[in-house]
Design a protein around this ligand. Structure first.
Ligand SMILES: Nc1ncnc2c1ncn2[C@@H]1O[C@H](COP(=O)(O)OP(=O)(O)O)[C@@H](O)[C@H]1O
Ligand SMILES: [Mg+2]
Length: 122
């Protein structure tokens, strides 16, 4: 088995001085290809913060995260995340919301695909 995801001594906190909130301390974890992992914790434990760092939406204060050996330094279509809350852009139409994702992930398959998928729904 090969390691698909690796966290090494990851630390993350928010705020400064007395208001500083150390959320995650020294998180190290190796995830093997094909493994199924669940992260459990009380509300506020840092699950979303951890997922945001895996997605590249937040940066660790210390430590590093590697996906297939490559350092995670930002979002990438190679690493997907399903948000807990709706992640639709309220100012865009249904089609434009679908196109946003399609265009980001499949740069070759353009708006026609989104339009075809939507017309099949109505
Ligand atoms: N962007 C942020 N700025 C300041 N504090 C944050 C931010 N994101 C999360 N936190 C704080 O970090 C802690 C962990 O939050 P979170 O990762 O959302 O926990 P969980 O998903 O386990 O409920 C909470 O105390 C939360 O208030
Ligand atoms: Mg959460």
């Amino acid at each position: 088995m090969s390691t698909i995801l690796q966290l090494k001594d990851v630390n993350k906190g928010f705020g400064e001085g007395l208001k500083r909130n150390e959320v995650l301390a020294d998180i190290s974890l190796d995830v093997e290809e094909g493994e199924f992992i669940a992260i459990l914790g009380f509300s506020g434990a840092g699950k979303t913060t951890l997922m945001s760092m895996l997605a590249g939406l937040e940066k660790p204060d210390n430590g590093e995260i590697r996906f297939r050996g490559e350092k995670v330094e930002g979002p990438s279509p190679k690493r997907g995340i399903v948000f807990q809350n709706y992640a639709l852009m309220p100012w865009l139409s249904v089609q434009a919301n679908v196109c946003l994702a399609v265009d980001a992930v499949h740069q070759q398959k353009r708006r026609k695909n989104a339009r075809n998928s939507l017309s099949a729904m109505w």
